[in-house]
Design a protein around this ligand. Sequence first.
Ligand SMILES: Cc1ncc(C[n+]2csc(CCOP(=O)(O)OP(=O)(O)O)c2C)c(N)n1
Ligand code: SF4
Length: 250
Amino acid sequence: MAVVFERPKALIDVPTHYCPGCTHGIVHRLVAEVIDEMGIEGETIGICPVGCSVMAYDYFGCDMIEAPHGRAPAVATGVKRTNPDKFVFTYQGDGDLAAIGTAETVHAATRGENIVIIFINNTIYGMTGGQMAPTTLPGQITQTTPFGRDTQLAGFPVRVCEMLSTLTGTAYAHRVSVDSVPHVRETKKAIRKAFEIQKAKKGFSIIEILSTCPTNWGLTPSEAIKRLRDEMIPYYPLGVYKDTTEEGNK
Ligand SMILES: Cc1ncc(C[n+]2csc(CCOP(=O)(O)OP(=O)(O)O)c2C)c(N)n1
Ligand code: SF4
């Protein structure tokens, strides 16, 4: 019988700790599939964040390093500069990347570091129990915004791809989603393109992936997908924000 679906080799065959319906698992699979297809598992070094994906080093078969909270782009910078022939990626949540790690992210982008950032935007701090993140939507109820995010008090959500696309050092900034099969396929293509950009030594790539946190949103997995589609995508439009490999977009 023809095999139509199997676990990517770059993912270790262990159960993950992610909650049922959490889309971290989908994104892990896509990154692993790209590593398999490019045949680069032995040449890839991933940098884990602090957040729900802190233990991604237990799941990816390539070399993995744990960075202090928010510092993954700085660690990736050092790893890539000392190992320029390796593929280096970070895997970060929105608390890690857009709160405590804002400076590291912005400066790695503006330096044009030749790394790939996989950015999971689930509009909340998942690991610590559901506090407001910089990406929390206006009106969204979290543990620290029990009456909904008040923009007068807590400001407005950060649109990371839009912000980083203004920086000359950014080669590729693309926002995707994992709410449907076509969008999952598009996400994989974007991840592959980012790794190809690194291979071609063209610089900094960020793939922002709109994701779910059913546990801290207080929703079932299918309700969480619906929220992603109905509430997150309108606020965070999908698309390519910068692509210096395209003519006329430098
Ligand atoms: C220096 C430091 N400050 C705060 C924390 C607590 N902390 C752990 S994970 C986290 C936020 C994680 O949220 P996010 O990056 O959005 O990832 P998710 O868990 O949603 O995937 C925080 C604040 C910490 N571990 N270290
Ligand atoms: S707390 Fe949220 S982000 Fe973390 S594993 Fe559970 S569903 Fe996923």
